[in-house]
Design a protein around this ligand. Sequence first.
Ligand code: KIV
Length: 259
Amino acid sequence: MYLPQLLKKAGTGEKLVALTCYDASFARILAEAGVDILLVGDSLGMTVQGHDSTLPVSMVDMLYHTEAVRRGAPTAFIMADLPFGSYQASPAQAFDNAARLLAAGANMVKLEGGAVMVDTVSYLTQRGVPVCAHLGLLPQSVNQTGYRAQAKDDAAARQLHMDAKALVAAGASLLVLESIPARLAAEVSENLQIPTIGIGAGLNCAGQVLVLNDLLGLTARPPRFAKDFMSGATSIKDAVVRYVKAVKLGEFPAPEHGF
Ligand code: KIV
């Protein structure tokens, strides 16, 4: 699947379902279960590698996991994270690493940050690299913010809204909104021409994303926005199907998963 088909689906009002994925076996299951976007997230630093943040994840790690996911799901839409330190130095650095991820099988790259990333998004999208931007809680900036909900006051909310518009103008095709008030996510989603994908951002985004390990109930202290879909499921595939259905029907996230 390519970006135009994904955007066409979102254009019909159908919710987009994204889920992180790190290997070939799960890639096959997620694709069969109807997940629209397989995100090779740098959360693999925590879920797979056991670190306490995403910061140690390298390009070599991302390439390895992206290749594995592509082998497991040959026709799926795959988004891959540009890891910390692989894109912040310059647009040219970002392009070099984005090109490696596309060659490994990704259809799109994701990067974190607002106004400071506008030139980079523009540089990438003018050179054939679809970009998903990421605002709100930025796990790669944990040393500045900690892991807590963002944009809770008016000034920060205004800034996030302006950042979102600037990223869209620069060419971003999707926007992840992480851990922000549901009301703000709804306003931003309403005012943008591109689909928003929420995680801890309420129901009124164009789609939702979860971390696979949270969905499977494998996380010791899951975040507030997570839901264990394995509970009551008959298999891993059944748990993923339940997540897909819950998002498509607007039943997940519930108010208690938001801020
Ligand atoms: O790496 C990741 O899993 C992510 C999601 C939290 C959106 O970026």
